[in-house]
Design a protein. Structure first.
Length: 235
């Protein structure tokens, strides 16, 4: 069964818009009629960018920096008069060492990129989302549900995303919905390169995850807030 979404007249901000998942989210919302504002350090015309430049109004910004995030949100609202949805996609994975062998700089980087970005974007978007009765969807991870060997810091950051999502949902009950998604291994060029011997057929396409994010922003999910939704398929 195919599902079609109509976000005509709505404005969405996607962080991490130039990456594999962020670009899929941006392009899905664009195809559904939304005005898509994308924030990232990597511009659409960069060789590493995966997003279609025609799908986004791009804002080059370091979303770990509060002043930059505040400026982007303000510019989006000034340009369009509203903000309806926020997709917190900016993030990264690092792992491989046990806790006692993990460098503190790695800890700081992962918490900045995975959790601080979500906090800052949500903080500055919330006043505008309350005005439109909007929604936030953030990217947690399946691995955030339990401890594990070798990527403890990553798991902790993604658990933080889940818990912060629940708190935002509680604090804004009846005005702004906040949900998280939990992917496992996403089928991206980087993951294929890093895990070249894996069975790619079990990995989830970013476009399929984008559909779930759009659902959680849509009227069909009006009764859903504070949830952490699995999007890992067979991965």
């Amino acid at each position: 069964m195919s599902v079609e979404f109509d976000f005509g007249g709505d404005v969405v901000l996607v962080t991490g818009a130039s990456g594999a998942l962020g670009s899929a989210v941006a392009e899905a919302f664009d195809a559904a009629g939304a005005t898509v504002c994308g924030a990232d350090l990597v511009a659409p015309d960069d060789d590493d960018a995966l997003v279609d430049p025609d799908a986004v109004e791009f804002y080059e910004a370091d979303v770990t920096d509060e002043s930059a995030v505040e400026e982007v949100v303000g510019d989006v609202v000034d340009a369009h008069g509203q903000l309806d949805y926020l997709a917190n996609v900016a993030g990264t994975w690092r792992g491989g060492d046990p806790v006692d062998e993990t460098d503190a700089d790695l800890f700081d980087m992962l918490f900045d990129v995975n959790l601080k970005t979500m906090f800052l974007a949500s903080k500055h978007a919330l006043p505008h989302l309350r005005e439109t009765g909007g929604a936030i969807v953030s990217v947690s991870a399946r691995s955030s549900l339990e401890g594990g060997e070798g990527d403890a810091i990553y798991r902790a950051t993604k658990a933080g995303v889940r818990l912060l999502t629940e708190s935002i949902a509680e604090e804004n009950e009846g005005t702004v919905r906040a949900n998280a998604i939990m992917p496992s291994v996403i089928d991206t060029p980087m993951n294929r390169e890093m895990m070249s011997g894996a069975d790619f057929s079990k990995w989830v396409d970013p476009a399929d995850i984008a559909e779930v994010i759009m659902f959680l922003c849509s009227d069909a999910a009006d009764v859903t807030s504070g949830a952490a939704v699995p999007v890992y398929g067979e991965a």
